[in-house]
Design a protein around this ligand. Structure first.
Ligand code: ITT
Length: 203
């Protein structure tokens, strides 16, 4: 199957390609086909992932996979959430991380709990959708650790692993990460080929 990977984020693209490799799909990426990302007007990760995947499927005519993800910080009432890509109006990873540290100044480590969420939507040109979700609990450190990964990875410590995402090689991050879990759910659903479509009773 040829699948369009509807993301403009190189970090996500690389993790998606690795996680989907066992399925043997052929990937088509932005740059290979004309694709303009829609405005992310949804109030949930699901809404935004559906918006992006459905728009891509319409534009490209291919089954299209989108990822909407973000960080929910408890001490900030769940911020930045769906606004993770533009937290504090910043568009660069470094600036967003500094802004997050500033917002959490004085908050003790035990209260710096947070979770990463990823929702993957595979949309077909006929309008059918598949939705997969993954979450990982962690703590926001007071200073960055590690240089791997992208985005908030250097600040996101996973107690279960004893490391930040930025201290993990890609395979290890995939084992613990929100995106890794969502990809696992997708791979399981596809273990025996395309998952059966739900048959809705007639109204
Ligand atoms: P696309 O919409 O084109 O896929 P985006 O970067 O705008 O790219 P989102 O709207 O889903 O994607 O924003 C999610 C943001 O959350 C992303 O820009 C990162 O800053 C952050 N994020 C998501 N997953 C992450 C991860 O695994 N590690 C670190 N930061 C992550």
């Amino acid at each position: 199957m040829r699948v369009f990977l509807a993301t403009t984020n190189p970090g996500k693209l690389s993790e998606l390609k690795k996680g989907l490799r066992p399925l043997g799909w052929t990937f088509v990426t932005p740059g290979e086909l004309p694709y303009t990302p829609p405005e992310e007007t949804g109030m949930s990760f699901e809404d935004n992932a559906m918006l992006k995947a459905a728009s891509a499927a319409r534009q490209t005519g291919l089954p299209s996979l989108a990822d909407d993800s973000g960080l929910e910080v408890d001490a900030l009432g769940g911020e930045p959430g769906v606004y993770s890509a533009r937290f504090g109006g910043h568009t660069r990873d470094l600036d967003r991380n500094l802004y997050l540290l500033e917002r959490l100044k004085g908050v003790p480590l035990e209260e710096r709990t947070a979770r990463f969420v990823a929702v993957l939507v595979l949309a077909y040109p006929d309008g059918h959708l598949e939705v997969y979700r993954g979450e990982t609990e962690g703590l926001i450190l007071e200073a960055p650790r590690g240089h791997l990964g992208f985005g908030y990875d250097p600040l996101f410590y996973v107690p279960e692993a004893g490391r930040t995402f930025a201290e993990m090689l890609p395979g290890e991050k995939a084992r613990y990460s929100h995106r890794g879990k969502a990809l696992r759910a997708l791979r399981e659903a596809w273990a025996h080929g395309p998952p059966p479509r739900e048959i809705k009773p007639m109204e």
